[in-house]
Structures are given as structure tokens and as C-alpha cells.
Design a protein around this ligand. Structure first.
Ligand code: PGA
Length: 299
């Protein structure tokens, strides 16, 4: 398979815009030049990357798979260029931050504050669950990650900056909503809405229940905090979530916090990067910014 980096760039742009014309505009090429690059790539690969249905184009299964590789290769190229800039003593002013989905509830404010103080910095933010975030770190994609406690067996430098209390939530009409110090044993028939596998919140919840010899019943598994909160509001069951994710719903009394013995489960948020990674001055200053914001308790 002989494909060029230029072909991958063109293919990525067409996949993102789902249009040869718009990709051509973006890349300052003519539309036939874009089609030609894609055709050449398809003939090297031996499979079509796109299919046309009516007036629209769609990625084929092969195109979908190739897109993941194309993006990885392009991220590596960018990382290589930035590392070379670093070695020349130049700072690209770019900052790639990966955050666990639960961090999103406060990280956007943090990034906005940082961007206000550093208007020249171009920030890209990748929001994903813990497991995918770890694989991004493994692939050396982000400069910095904001996440739950990193696994000890990964070569990361990490420092904690803020509490992450996990609480149990219920719909406001839950019969135990006003009780104090509820033992888990008072919830034997309770059903739980749980996060997808790969979520750090879910791992922590399962560890807590296992430590307490409490076997929970799963009513539904949902992707992301928003879906879990809506599931609880809709009466699908209880859930364990980070307190950061439900501040509004608790204030508006759309959800209630159950006062369960042993909870909140106290976790911490960490700022992490790969050991040996050369942090650019921009990344170092963002790292300091996060640690200071955590110390002030303003994040
Ligand atoms: P998550 O949060 O549940 O969104 O993966 C990260 C974590 O709690 O470690």
C-alpha cells in the first residue's frame, strides 16, 4: 500500500466535510485535484473510501477505518513538528488538553480563564472517558490530561489539584430522599443507572460497592453523565456521579442527593502528562494555572 501524507490530508478533509468541493476550498486546491488524490489513494488501498448515495457522499466501512489511522498519523506528524520546534527553542503556542468527560463540568471555565490570560494560545480540547483518555496518553496525543487518579503502571507524571466527591443521586420523590445516614443495606432492591464501561466514575462506584459487599442491580447502562442524570430524573433508578456534574440539578431540585453511609466517595482530580515528555512553555504554564486554580479552590 503506497499512500502519501498529502493523500491522507486530502482524504481527512473530504471525510470531515463530506464534500469534495468544501475540502478543495479548505485546502486551496481545485475539486478535480482533490478527487484525483482520493482516487489514487483508493487504488493503492484497493478499496473505495467513499460511496455516493443521491447527492451525498458517505464513508465506506474501509473509509471509516482508514480515517482513524489518518488522524493518528497526522497527530503524530504534528507532535513531531512541535517537538522539533521545542528543540529549536520555539513555542508553537498550541495546547492540546485531553480531559475525562466528568472534568468537562469545570474544565471549560478553567480553559476560558486561561485563554483570556493567554490570548495567543490555540487550545484544542478532547473530551472522552477515562479509558479512551489513557489510550490517547499512551499514543502521546495530548500535552496534558485532566483526569482521575492515573494508573500506577503507566509512566506518567501527575499531581492532584482538586477534590472529586462522588455522591448517590435519586429522583426527588425517592422514599429515602429525606433520610440521614442511609446504610447501603437499606437499598437492597435498588436499581442503578450506570455509566459505560471505561468510565472512571463507574470503576470507583463498583470498587466502593465491592468493598461494602453490596451487590447492585443494573437498570440501564448509559453513555456519559448527561444520559445518566436524565435516566435518574426519568425514574430509571439511582446513580453514583461526581458532585461536579449535578450542581444545577440539585439546586433546581430536579435530583436529590441521598445521604448514604460512607459517601461521598472521595477522589481527586489530577493533571498528568507522559514521563519524559518535553512540555512546551505554554503547556507548563497551563499546568501551573491548573494547580494554582485548584489550590485557590476556584476551579
Ligand atoms: P469518567 O471520569 O467517569 O468521565 O471517565 C473520569 C474519572 O472519574 O476518572
Amino acid at each position: 500500500m503506497h499512500i502519501t501524507i498529502r493523500q491522507l490530508q486530502v482524504f481527512e478533509a473530504v471525510s470531515r466535510r463530506l464534500s469534495f468541493t468544501r475540502a478543495a476550498e479548505e485546502l486551496h486546491l481545485t475539486q478535480p485535484a482533490v478527487s484525483m488524490q482520493v482516487k489514487q489513494m483508493e487504488s493503492s488501498v484497493g478499496l473505495p473510501m467513499f460511496e455516493q448515495i443521491g447527492k451525498k457522499i458517505y464513508l465506506t466501512q474501509a473509509g471509516d477505518a482508514m480515517l482513524l489511522h489518518a488522524r493518528t498519523i497526522m497527530q503524530h506528524l504534528e507532535a513531531a513538528a512541535e517537538e522539533m520546534n521545542d528543540l529549536r527553542g520555539e513555542d508553537s503556542g498550541r495546547l492540546r488538553v485531553a480531559i475525562a468527560s466528568t472534568v468537562n463540568y469545570f474544565a471549560t471555565q478553567l480553559l476560558a480563564d486561561f485563554a483570556r490570560e493567554n490570548p495567543a494560545v490555540e487550545i484544542s480540547l478532547d473530551v472522552t472517558n477515562r479509558e479512551l483518555l489513557l489510550s490517547r496518553l499512551e499514543a502521546n496525543v495530548p500535552d496534558l490530561a485532566l483526569m482521575g487518579k492515573p494508573p500506577a503502571d503507566m509512566d506518567l507524571v501527575s499531581e492532584s489539584f482538586m477534590d472529586n466527591p462522588l455522591i448517590m443521586i435519586a429522583a426527588p420523590d425517592h422514599p429515602l430522599a429525606n433520610n440521614k445516614q442511609i446504610p447501603l443495606s437499606d437499598l437492597p432492591e435498588a436499581h442503578f443507572v450506570v455509566r459505560e464501561p471505561g468510565s472512571g466514575t463507574r470503576v470507583a462506584m463498583e470498587r466502593f460497592f465491592a468493598d461494602q459487599d453490596f451487590s447492585y442491580q443494573k437498570s440501564m447502562e448509559l453513555m456519559g453523565n448527561e444520559a445518566v442524570k436524565q435516566g435518574v430524573e426519568a425514574g430509571l433508578g439511582l446513580a453514583v456521579v461526581s458532585a461536579h456534574t449535578v450542581a444545577q440539578e440539585l439546586t433546581l431540585k430536579r435530583l436529590v442527593k441521598l445521604d448514604v453511609v460512607g459517601m461521598p466517595i472521595m477522589r481527586r482530580w489530577y493533571v498528568a502528562h507522559r514521563k519524559g515528555k518535553r512540555l512546551s512553555p505554554t503547556a507548563q504554564s497551563f499546568r501551573r494555572f491548573v494547580l494554582e486554580a485548584g489550590a485557590r479552590g476556584t476551579s
